[in-house]
Design a protein around this ligand. Structure first.
Ligand SMILES: [Zn+2]
Ligand SMILES: [Zn+2]
Length: 349
Protein backbone atom coordinates (compact mmCIF):
# COMPACT_ATOMS: atom_id res chain seq x y z
CA UNK A 1 0.00 0.00 0.00
CA UNK A 2 1.47 3.31 -1.04
CA UNK A 3 1.42 6.25 1.27
CA UNK A 4 -1.34 8.08 -0.64
CA UNK A 5 -3.51 4.97 -0.68
CA UNK A 6 -3.07 4.69 3.06
CA UNK A 7 -4.02 8.34 3.40
CA UNK A 8 -7.20 7.87 1.35
CA UNK A 9 -8.15 4.75 3.31
CA UNK A 10 -7.60 6.57 6.58
CA UNK A 11 -9.62 9.56 5.36
CA UNK A 12 -12.52 7.29 4.39
CA UNK A 13 -12.36 5.70 7.84
CA UNK A 14 -12.38 8.88 9.87
CA UNK A 15 -14.73 11.00 7.75
CA UNK A 16 -18.26 9.62 7.87
CA UNK A 17 -20.25 9.95 4.61
CA UNK A 18 -22.15 13.05 5.70
CA UNK A 19 -24.32 14.44 2.94
CA UNK A 20 -25.58 17.93 3.67
CA UNK A 21 -29.31 18.42 3.18
CA UNK A 22 -30.21 20.30 0.04
CA UNK A 23 -33.53 21.16 -1.59
CA UNK A 24 -34.85 20.68 -5.08
CA UNK A 25 -34.48 23.71 -7.32
CA UNK A 26 -37.45 26.07 -7.27
CA UNK A 27 -37.55 26.25 -11.06
CA UNK A 28 -41.27 26.70 -11.71
CA UNK A 29 -43.68 28.82 -9.69
CA UNK A 30 -46.53 26.29 -9.86
CA UNK A 31 -45.39 22.77 -10.76
CA UNK A 32 -41.99 21.08 -10.33
CA UNK A 33 -42.33 17.42 -11.33
CA UNK A 34 -38.91 15.99 -10.50
CA UNK A 35 -40.37 12.50 -9.97
CA UNK A 36 -41.64 12.66 -13.55
CA UNK A 37 -45.10 11.34 -12.77
CA UNK A 38 -47.00 13.91 -14.84
CA UNK A 39 -47.12 14.41 -18.58
CA UNK A 40 -46.44 17.88 -19.97
CA UNK A 41 -50.16 18.32 -20.66
CA UNK A 42 -51.03 17.35 -17.07
CA UNK A 43 -48.44 19.78 -15.73
CA UNK A 44 -49.90 22.56 -17.89
CA UNK A 45 -53.41 21.75 -16.71
CA UNK A 46 -52.30 21.83 -13.08
CA UNK A 47 -50.33 25.04 -13.56
CA UNK A 48 -53.40 26.71 -15.11
CA UNK A 49 -55.49 25.85 -12.04
CA UNK A 50 -52.80 27.12 -9.67
CA UNK A 51 -52.29 30.28 -11.68
CA UNK A 52 -56.02 30.98 -11.64
CA UNK A 53 -55.97 30.67 -7.84
CA UNK A 54 -53.02 33.05 -7.64
CA UNK A 55 -54.70 35.60 -9.93
CA UNK A 56 -58.14 35.39 -8.30
CA UNK A 57 -57.17 35.06 -4.64
CA UNK A 58 -53.46 35.99 -4.51
CA UNK A 59 -52.69 32.62 -2.89
CA UNK A 60 -49.42 30.87 -3.80
CA UNK A 61 -49.97 27.12 -4.13
CA UNK A 62 -47.17 25.00 -5.55
CA UNK A 63 -46.92 21.30 -6.40
CA UNK A 64 -43.62 19.45 -6.06
CA UNK A 65 -42.85 15.81 -6.81
CA UNK A 66 -39.46 14.23 -6.05
CA UNK A 67 -38.15 10.68 -6.46
CA UNK A 68 -37.08 10.33 -2.83
CA UNK A 69 -36.06 12.59 0.03
CA UNK A 70 -32.71 10.81 0.37
CA UNK A 71 -31.77 12.33 -3.01
CA UNK A 72 -31.57 15.60 -1.13
CA UNK A 73 -29.63 14.18 1.81
CA UNK A 74 -32.72 13.99 3.99
CA UNK A 75 -33.16 11.00 6.29
CA UNK A 76 -35.83 12.26 8.71
CA UNK A 77 -39.59 12.61 8.42
CA UNK A 78 -41.47 14.14 5.49
CA UNK A 79 -42.90 16.71 7.95
CA UNK A 80 -39.45 18.13 8.71
CA UNK A 81 -38.44 18.06 5.07
CA UNK A 82 -41.65 19.79 3.92
CA UNK A 83 -41.47 22.55 6.55
CA UNK A 84 -37.79 23.26 5.83
CA UNK A 85 -38.40 23.28 2.09
CA UNK A 86 -41.47 25.51 2.44
CA UNK A 87 -39.45 28.07 4.40
CA UNK A 88 -36.42 27.83 2.14
CA UNK A 89 -38.51 28.50 -0.94
CA UNK A 90 -40.57 31.11 0.94
CA UNK A 91 -43.95 29.98 -0.34
CA UNK A 92 -46.81 32.43 0.05
CA UNK A 93 -47.18 36.04 1.05
CA UNK A 94 -44.70 37.05 3.77
CA UNK A 95 -47.29 39.00 5.78
CA UNK A 96 -50.28 36.69 5.42
CA UNK A 97 -48.24 33.43 5.38
CA UNK A 98 -50.96 31.87 3.26
CA UNK A 99 -48.82 29.66 0.98
CA UNK A 100 -49.65 26.03 0.18
CA UNK A 101 -47.38 23.14 -0.84
CA UNK A 102 -48.32 19.68 -2.09
CA UNK A 103 -45.21 17.50 -1.83
CA UNK A 104 -45.12 13.97 -3.24
CA UNK A 105 -42.09 11.75 -2.63
CA UNK A 106 -42.74 8.95 -5.08
CA UNK A 107 -40.48 6.12 -3.99
CA UNK A 108 -40.80 6.95 -0.29
CA UNK A 109 -44.55 6.54 -0.98
CA UNK A 110 -45.22 9.54 1.22
CA UNK A 111 -46.89 12.85 0.59
CA UNK A 112 -47.59 16.02 2.53
CA UNK A 113 -49.71 19.11 2.22
CA UNK A 114 -47.82 21.83 4.07
CA UNK A 115 -49.67 25.06 4.81
CA UNK A 116 -48.46 28.55 5.71
CA UNK A 117 -48.25 29.70 9.33
CA UNK A 118 -51.19 32.08 8.74
CA UNK A 119 -53.68 29.18 8.77
CA UNK A 120 -52.63 28.03 12.23
CA UNK A 121 -53.88 24.47 12.66
CA UNK A 122 -57.29 25.14 11.13
CA UNK A 123 -56.42 23.24 7.95
CA UNK A 124 -54.79 20.18 9.53
CA UNK A 125 -57.96 18.07 9.70
CA UNK A 126 -59.33 19.16 6.30
CA UNK A 127 -55.96 18.45 4.64
CA UNK A 128 -55.89 14.99 6.23
CA UNK A 129 -59.36 14.32 4.77
CA UNK A 130 -58.24 15.51 1.33
CA UNK A 131 -55.22 13.18 1.42
CA UNK A 132 -57.15 10.13 2.64
CA UNK A 133 -60.27 10.58 0.49
CA UNK A 134 -59.07 12.26 -2.68
CA UNK A 135 -55.38 11.57 -3.19
CA UNK A 136 -54.09 8.26 -1.81
CA UNK A 137 -56.94 6.14 -3.33
CA UNK A 138 -55.67 7.16 -6.79
CA UNK A 139 -52.00 6.92 -5.82
CA UNK A 140 -52.61 3.27 -4.84
CA UNK A 141 -53.78 2.69 -8.41
CA UNK A 142 -50.62 4.43 -9.69
CA UNK A 143 -52.78 7.24 -11.06
CA UNK A 144 -50.68 10.08 -9.71
CA UNK A 145 -52.05 12.68 -12.09
CA UNK A 146 -55.65 12.16 -11.01
CA UNK A 147 -54.77 12.04 -7.30
CA UNK A 148 -52.78 15.28 -7.53
CA UNK A 149 -55.42 17.06 -9.60
CA UNK A 150 -58.35 16.05 -7.37
CA UNK A 151 -56.29 16.81 -4.29
CA UNK A 152 -55.39 20.28 -5.58
CA UNK A 153 -59.04 21.02 -6.36
CA UNK A 154 -60.11 20.00 -2.85
CA UNK A 155 -57.35 21.99 -1.16
CA UNK A 156 -58.43 25.05 -3.13
CA UNK A 157 -62.03 24.44 -2.09
CA UNK A 158 -61.06 24.16 1.59
CA UNK A 159 -59.14 27.42 1.43
CA UNK A 160 -61.39 29.55 -0.81
CA UNK A 161 -64.80 27.84 -0.65
CA UNK A 162 -64.66 27.68 -4.44
CA UNK A 163 -63.52 25.11 -6.94
CA UNK A 164 -61.22 26.17 -9.78
CA UNK A 165 -63.15 27.97 -12.48
CA UNK A 166 -65.86 29.01 -10.03
CA UNK A 167 -64.32 31.98 -8.29
CA UNK A 168 -66.90 34.57 -7.55
CA UNK A 169 -65.81 37.74 -9.29
CA UNK A 170 -68.68 39.88 -8.00
CA UNK A 171 -67.95 39.62 -4.29
CA UNK A 172 -66.95 42.83 -2.49
CA UNK A 173 -63.45 41.53 -1.79
CA UNK A 174 -62.88 40.75 -5.46
CA UNK A 175 -64.36 44.07 -6.55
CA UNK A 176 -62.07 45.90 -4.16
CA UNK A 177 -59.06 43.90 -5.37
CA UNK A 178 -59.91 44.68 -9.01
CA UNK A 179 -60.44 48.35 -8.19
CA UNK A 180 -57.08 48.54 -6.43
CA UNK A 181 -55.37 46.90 -9.40
CA UNK A 182 -57.11 49.39 -11.70
CA UNK A 183 -55.93 52.34 -9.59
CA UNK A 184 -52.36 51.07 -9.49
CA UNK A 185 -52.31 50.57 -13.27
CA UNK A 186 -53.88 53.97 -13.85
CA UNK A 187 -51.29 55.54 -11.58
CA UNK A 188 -48.44 54.09 -13.60
CA UNK A 189 -49.97 55.23 -16.87
CA UNK A 190 -50.38 58.75 -15.55
CA UNK A 191 -46.85 58.78 -14.19
CA UNK A 192 -45.16 57.36 -17.29
CA UNK A 193 -45.16 60.51 -19.50
CA UNK A 194 -44.30 62.63 -16.49
CA UNK A 195 -41.33 60.38 -15.67
CA UNK A 196 -40.20 60.54 -19.31
CA UNK A 197 -39.98 64.35 -19.49
CA UNK A 198 -38.65 64.77 -15.93
CA UNK A 199 -34.90 64.67 -16.81
CA UNK A 200 -35.40 67.33 -19.50
CA UNK A 201 -37.41 69.52 -17.14
CA UNK A 202 -34.68 69.24 -14.51
CA UNK A 203 -32.04 70.14 -17.09
CA UNK A 204 -33.99 73.15 -18.35
CA UNK A 205 -34.58 74.37 -14.81
CA UNK A 206 -30.89 74.03 -13.95
CA UNK A 207 -29.90 75.94 -17.08
CA UNK A 208 -32.37 78.69 -16.23
CA UNK A 209 -31.02 78.89 -12.67
CA UNK A 210 -27.46 79.05 -13.92
CA UNK A 211 -28.06 81.72 -16.56
CA UNK A 212 -30.46 84.07 -14.83
CA UNK A 213 -28.83 87.41 -13.93
CA UNK A 214 -27.33 87.80 -10.47
CA UNK A 215 -27.90 90.89 -8.34
CA UNK A 216 -24.93 92.46 -6.55
CA UNK A 217 -25.35 92.11 -2.76
CA UNK A 218 -23.58 95.50 -2.24
CA UNK A 219 -25.53 97.84 -4.48
CA UNK A 220 -28.32 95.87 -6.17
CA UNK A 221 -26.69 96.30 -9.56
CA UNK A 222 -27.21 93.57 -12.16
CA UNK A 223 -24.02 91.54 -12.31
CA UNK A 224 -22.47 90.20 -15.48
CA UNK A 225 -20.78 86.91 -16.19
CA UNK A 226 -17.24 86.72 -17.49
CA UNK A 227 -16.66 84.75 -20.63
CA UNK A 228 -14.70 81.54 -20.13
CA UNK A 229 -11.51 83.17 -21.50
CA UNK A 230 -11.61 86.18 -19.20
CA UNK A 231 -12.63 84.46 -15.98
CA UNK A 232 -9.26 82.75 -15.49
CA UNK A 233 -7.76 85.72 -13.62
CA UNK A 234 -10.40 85.34 -10.92
CA UNK A 235 -9.90 81.60 -10.36
CA UNK A 236 -7.28 79.92 -8.17
CA UNK A 237 -4.77 77.41 -9.56
CA UNK A 238 -6.81 74.56 -8.02
CA UNK A 239 -10.02 75.79 -9.55
CA UNK A 240 -8.31 76.11 -12.94
CA UNK A 241 -7.06 72.52 -12.59
CA UNK A 242 -10.62 71.40 -11.92
CA UNK A 243 -11.83 73.23 -15.02
CA UNK A 244 -9.03 71.71 -17.09
CA UNK A 245 -9.98 68.19 -15.89
CA UNK A 246 -13.64 69.08 -16.36
CA UNK A 247 -14.59 67.87 -12.89
CA UNK A 248 -15.98 71.29 -11.94
CA UNK A 249 -17.16 74.16 -14.11
CA UNK A 250 -16.94 77.69 -12.70
CA UNK A 251 -18.96 80.80 -13.49
CA UNK A 252 -17.53 84.16 -12.43
CA UNK A 253 -20.05 86.99 -11.96
CA UNK A 254 -18.86 90.55 -11.44
CA UNK A 255 -20.38 93.88 -10.64
CA UNK A 256 -19.43 96.83 -12.93
CA UNK A 257 -20.12 99.33 -10.23
CA UNK A 258 -18.32 97.98 -7.12
CA UNK A 259 -16.16 95.24 -8.62
CA UNK A 260 -17.77 92.62 -6.38
CA UNK A 261 -17.06 89.10 -7.67
CA UNK A 262 -19.07 85.93 -7.08
CA UNK A 263 -17.69 82.54 -8.07
CA UNK A 264 -20.16 79.70 -8.56
CA UNK A 265 -19.09 76.09 -8.88
CA UNK A 266 -20.96 73.46 -10.94
CA UNK A 267 -19.84 69.92 -10.27
CA UNK A 268 -19.95 67.50 -13.17
CA UNK A 269 -22.30 64.63 -12.38
CA UNK A 270 -20.11 62.01 -13.93
CA UNK A 271 -16.44 62.66 -13.40
CA UNK A 272 -13.67 60.25 -12.56
CA UNK A 273 -12.03 62.88 -10.36
CA UNK A 274 -12.79 63.04 -6.65
CA UNK A 275 -11.92 65.50 -3.91
CA UNK A 276 -8.24 65.38 -2.94
CA UNK A 277 -7.52 64.57 0.70
CA UNK A 278 -4.58 67.03 0.68
CA UNK A 279 -5.69 70.06 -1.34
CA UNK A 280 -9.46 69.61 -1.35
CA UNK A 281 -9.88 70.18 -5.09
CA UNK A 282 -11.70 67.66 -7.25
CA UNK A 283 -8.50 66.74 -9.02
CA UNK A 284 -7.66 63.34 -7.59
CA UNK A 285 -7.84 60.14 -9.59
CA UNK A 286 -8.15 56.72 -7.94
CA UNK A 287 -6.94 53.30 -9.04
CA UNK A 288 -8.64 50.48 -7.13
CA UNK A 289 -7.91 46.81 -6.73
CA UNK A 290 -9.47 44.11 -4.62
CA UNK A 291 -7.05 42.72 -2.06
CA UNK A 292 -9.54 40.20 -0.72
CA UNK A 293 -13.03 39.45 -2.05
CA UNK A 294 -15.99 39.46 0.30
CA UNK A 295 -17.71 36.15 0.94
CA UNK A 296 -20.93 35.20 2.69
CA UNK A 297 -18.94 34.67 5.91
CA UNK A 298 -16.20 37.31 5.84
CA UNK A 299 -15.66 40.89 4.72
CA UNK A 300 -13.35 41.79 1.86
CA UNK A 301 -10.73 44.50 1.39
CA UNK A 302 -10.30 47.02 -1.40
CA UNK A 303 -7.28 49.28 -1.81
CA UNK A 304 -7.26 52.48 -3.83
CA UNK A 305 -4.17 54.49 -4.85
CA UNK A 306 -4.91 58.18 -5.29
CA UNK A 307 -2.95 60.61 -7.44
CA UNK A 308 -3.72 64.32 -7.38
CA UNK A 309 -3.32 66.18 -10.68
CA UNK A 310 -3.15 69.50 -8.84
CA UNK A 311 -1.01 69.12 -5.69
CA UNK A 312 0.66 65.84 -6.78
CA UNK A 313 -0.28 64.11 -3.54
CA UNK A 314 -0.07 60.29 -3.52
CA UNK A 315 -1.92 58.28 -0.93
CA UNK A 316 -3.54 54.89 -0.47
CA UNK A 317 -6.87 54.18 1.19
CA UNK A 318 -8.10 50.77 2.29
CA UNK A 319 -11.79 50.08 2.48
CA UNK A 320 -13.69 47.12 3.88
CA UNK A 321 -16.08 45.41 1.47
CA UNK A 322 -19.22 44.30 3.33
CA UNK A 323 -20.10 40.61 3.53
CA UNK A 324 -22.23 39.24 0.75
CA UNK A 325 -25.86 38.67 1.65
CA UNK A 326 -28.32 36.33 0.03
CA UNK A 327 -31.35 38.30 -1.00
CA UNK A 328 -34.63 36.55 -0.25
CA UNK A 329 -35.88 37.18 -3.77
CA UNK A 330 -32.95 35.48 -5.46
CA UNK A 331 -33.20 32.38 -3.30
CA UNK A 332 -36.95 32.02 -3.56
CA UNK A 333 -37.45 32.58 -7.29
CA UNK A 334 -39.93 35.43 -7.09
CA UNK A 335 -41.96 33.91 -4.30
CA UNK A 336 -43.59 35.96 -1.57
CA UNK A 337 -41.26 34.87 1.24
CA UNK A 338 -43.97 33.20 3.31
CA UNK A 339 -43.27 30.67 6.05
CA UNK A 340 -44.81 27.62 7.65
CA UNK A 341 -44.77 26.59 11.28
CA UNK A 342 -45.40 22.96 10.42
CA UNK A 343 -49.17 22.98 9.78
CA UNK A 344 -50.79 20.59 7.34
CA UNK A 345 -51.19 16.83 7.01
CA UNK A 346 -49.27 13.84 5.69
CA UNK A 347 -50.15 10.47 4.22
CA UNK A 348 -48.67 7.38 2.61
CA UNK A 349 -49.90 4.81 0.12
ZN1 LIG B 1 -21.87 96.00 -6.88
ZN1 LIG C 1 -4.48 67.53 -4.30
Amino acid sequence: MRIWQAAVALWLLVVPPLAAQTFPEDADFYVNDYADILTDAQEDDLAAVLEELFQARDIEFTVLTIPRMADYGHTGSIENFATALFNTWGIGDADRNDGLLLLVSRFDRELRIEVGAGYGDTLNAPMKRVIDNKITPYFRLDDYAKGIRFGVDEVIYEVTNRYPGEYDNSGPAQLWANFKRFLVNLGWWLLAPFAAVMPFAVKLFRRFQRNKPRICPNDGNRMRRYLEETEDGSLSAGQLAEERLESVDYDVWYCDRCEHVTIEAYRKWFSRYGACRECGFRTVEGDSRTIRSATYSSTGLRETDYNCHHCNAHYTVQKTIPKKTRSSSSSSGGRGGGSSSGGGASGSW
